[in-house]
Design a binder for this molecule. Structure first.
Ligand code: S3P
Length: 439
């Protein structure tokens, strides 16, 4: 748990989403702006930074390693880079809360330092698999102690790293990024091949900071021993946070909502592709590029949805969006089938089971399978569902209220603060009657 006080959501049925809103900054890019800004030479000015607990955990960890970071204030952060070899040993264990991105990317970066560090997290993070990063890092020469493949991770000092050629066993941007960050400290070339495209924010930001990255199809390489040059980073709004509003507008009659300045990196737009296949009415405008990342305004209007077989090539491109997409499927006509998504079982919660259980409570025929789910569209009722302390499960059940027959109570929603601190107020502003109450 990230917060001591338990919070529940109480959602009144009905409503529609209207108007124009901007959701908070992209979580993945916010993490990387602190990490790479800290290692750069010079001062990096970040705007649009996500002031959520996960990105703040990364920020605090770099402060603990001696980096001066001013802010955040109104999304602005100033990172006084210390250069590739300027980090200092943290005095205590580094606590990373709920954040898988922080621990996995940091484990790569810290493997290249000349001090020992121990990375810890909350209950959810302490149960998540880390061999996916410790295995390739060990191949590079790092020594990392774990608790049976799970956090805490203790990264030993003074190992000389060598570049490796590594094929990812699963489509994971965190693992890819971890190996690349370690590769900056390794001798020779580090090459990573991915089984399917995953988010490429690390590669883009490295390039933007002057670190040469060679991308050939599904393979990324870099040479150790380079340096980063500070730059200004404008963080776009997070498409993963925008998703709750896109789905909410798609399922509720009369909706017409515009989400501004959203990151539409091609490795992140599975949600748009999948919703369009289901029949959603989505228009992009004001397309542009900010700091090497594509952005656009997204307008979404209500349109009746139909169930589909979700193409497996879209799975890594929508990996964080499935809990909300399952709510869209629950409101669609016919059956939606998801396969090839076993990674959802090792997120902040087992997102397949958490959603199947909750949807069933709300009267929807939803059957989990080993690597996905089968959902038959129907009528959402009312009831009390569990978020399993998972921010995306909590927000998904909240927006289900737009199509519900009665009140929905979602338990344990404090973790929404990890990625979307102002979710309750923005959801109310857009048209959902949602209240956060102490347990
Ligand atoms: C992320 C990668 C994804 C995603 C997570 C953020 C990143 O995780 O689910 O929310 O910032 O690299 P995996 O790499 O485990 O798929």
């Amino acid at each position: 748990m990230s917060s001591e006080q338990k919070k529940n959501y109480v959602v009144q049925p009905g409503g529609k989403f209207q108007g124009e809103i901007r959701v908070p900054g992209d979580k993945s890019i916010s993490h990387r702006s602190i990490m790479l800004g800290s290692l750069a030479e010079g001062v990096t000015e970040v705007s649009g930074f996500l002031e959520g607990e996960d990105a703040l955990a990364t920020l605090a960890s770099f402060r603990a390693m001696g980096v001066q970071i001013d802010g955040p204030k109104d999304g602005k952060v100033t990172v006084h880079g210390v250069g590739m070899h300027g980090l200092k040993a943290p005095e205590d264990d580094v606590y990373l809360g709920n954040s898988g991105t922080s621990i996995r990317l940091l484990s790569g970066l810290l493997s290249g330092q000349n001090f020992e560090s121990t990375l810890t997290g909350d209950k959810s993070l302490s149960g998540r698999p880390m061999r996916r990063v410790t295995d390739p890092l060990a191949q590079m020469g790092a020594t990392i102690d774990s608790h049976d493949g799970k956090p805490p991770l203790t990264i030993k000092a003074g190992n000389k790293l060598s570049g490796i050629t590594y094929t990812l066993p699963m489509a994971s941007a965190q693992v890819k990024s971890c190996v690349l960050l370690a590769g900056m400290y390794a001798e020779g070339t580090t090459t990573v091949t991915e089984p399917a495209p995953t988010r490429d924010h690390t590669e883009r930001m490295l390039t933007g900071m002057g670190y040469e990255v060679d991308v050939q199809g599904d393979t990324v390489s870099l040479q150790g021993g380079g340096k980063l040059t500070a730059t200004n980073i404008d963080v776009p709004a997070d498409i993963s946070s925008a998703t709750f509003f896109m789905v909410g507008a798609a399922i509720s009659e009369g909706s017409d909502l515009t989400l501004t300045h959203v990151g539409i990196n091609p490795t992140r737009i599975g949600v748009i592709n999948i919703l369009r296949l289901m029949g959603a009415d989505i228009e992009l405008s004001n397309e542009g590029l900010t700091g090497g990342e594509p952005v656009a305004d997204i307008r979404i209007k209500y349109a009746p949805l139909k169930g589909i077989k979700i193409p497996e090539d879209q799975v890594p491109l929508a990996i964080d969006e499935f809990p909300a997409l399952f709510v869209a499927a629950a409101c669609a006509e016919g059956q939606t089938v998801l396969t090839g998504a076993e990674e959802l079982r090792v997120k902040e919660s087992d997102r397949i089971q958490a959603m199947a259980d909750g949807l069933q409570i709300l009267g929807i025929d939803a059957q989990s399978t080993e690597d996905g789910i089968i959902i038959n569209g129907g009528v959402i009722g009312s009831g009390e569902v569990e978020s399993h302390d998972d921010h995306r499960i909590a927000m998904s059940f909240a927006i289900a209220g737009l199509q519900a027959g009665g009140t929905i109570v979602v338990n344990d929603c404090a973790n929404v603060a990890t990625s979307f601190p102002n979710f309750v107020s923005l959801a109310n502003e857009a048209g959902l009657e949602l209240e956060e109450v102490d347990d």
